[in-house]
Design a protein around this ligand. Structure first.
Ligand SMILES: [Zn+2]
Length: 236
């Protein structure tokens, strides 16, 4: 059964919790298949769900709730991106969001605080990967293009840099790419993709979880227990 086209996320978490508690396999499958479209488990899926803008505040309560529910039903493979999403909120937004955040368990808050710091470092690593110093035959022009690209990031005081996996964080990249020579363009793209893959592979450990391959084995085991076949979007 395909995921419902539109569904209230909070209702869905309720369905997941109840289907797990009362062993209702088809509802569990329906809920999981939908949540997997929200919390991807591969970089390919992240690319597919790229939004044009970052959503803030409204779903925060529910996203916090989702961490608790996913943990409760043992859907460990969905937790890295669930944590990732919350760590995209600037701290003042999180800390002023009210009861949900205040009631959120301290050990899970600690993960989100740490992840927020790591998101900023990851964004920095990706900007660095895109702009290594050029030593090609037209290095002056290529280095100038990189300088211009970095200058467009704006003042560090006005940035949050919390969204390393969102392409729009690097939205001026097209200007950079058209200005680079073929050698520097290939190098910039290759380094960016390498570092992005590294950051993705580090995400579960940064949330205090097992590596992706273990989490995906846990997914297989959980679905097998339910007798469910569920193909990941990235495997289709
Ligand atoms: Zn060059």
């Amino acid at each position: 059964m395909p995921p419902p086209s539109e569904v209230d996320f909070q209702d869905l978490l309720g369905i997941l919790r109840l289907s797990h508690k009362y062993d209702v396999g088809y509802l569990y499958k329906r809920a999981i298949s939908y949540i997997e479209t929200i919390y991807p488990t591969s970089l390919d899926e992240v690319r597919q769900l790229e939004p044009t803008t970052m959503q803030l505040v409204d779903p925060l309560d529910i996203e916090l709730q989702s961490i608790v529910v996913l943990q409760e039903v043992g859907a460990t493979w969905l937790l890295p991106y669930a944590y990732h999403n919350i760590a995209e909120y600037p701290l003042p937004v999180l800390e002023s969001s009210g009861v949900s955040w205040e009631d959120f368990p301290a050990n899970k808050k600690a993960i989100i605080y740490r992840l927020g710091q790591l998101h900023m470092k990851a964004t920095e690593r990706l900007f660095h990967a895109l702009t290594p110093s050029s030593n090609c035959s037209c290095s002056d022009a290529c280095n100038l293009a990189k300088f211009d690209f970095l200058k467009r990031r704006g003042s560090p005081k006005s940035r949050t840099d919390l969204t390393p996996f969102r392409e729009w964080q690097f939205r001026h990249r097209r200007h950079l790419e058209v200005a680079l020579c073929a050698t520097c363009l290939a190098q910039s793209r290759a380094q960016y993709n390498t570092v992005r893959a590294e950051i993705w592979s580090e995400l579960p450990a940064n949330c205090g979880l097992e590596k992706w391959d273990i989490l995906l084995q846990q997914r297989d085991t959980a679905l097998e227990w339910w007798g469910i076949q569920l193909v990941r979007t990235s495997d289709r």
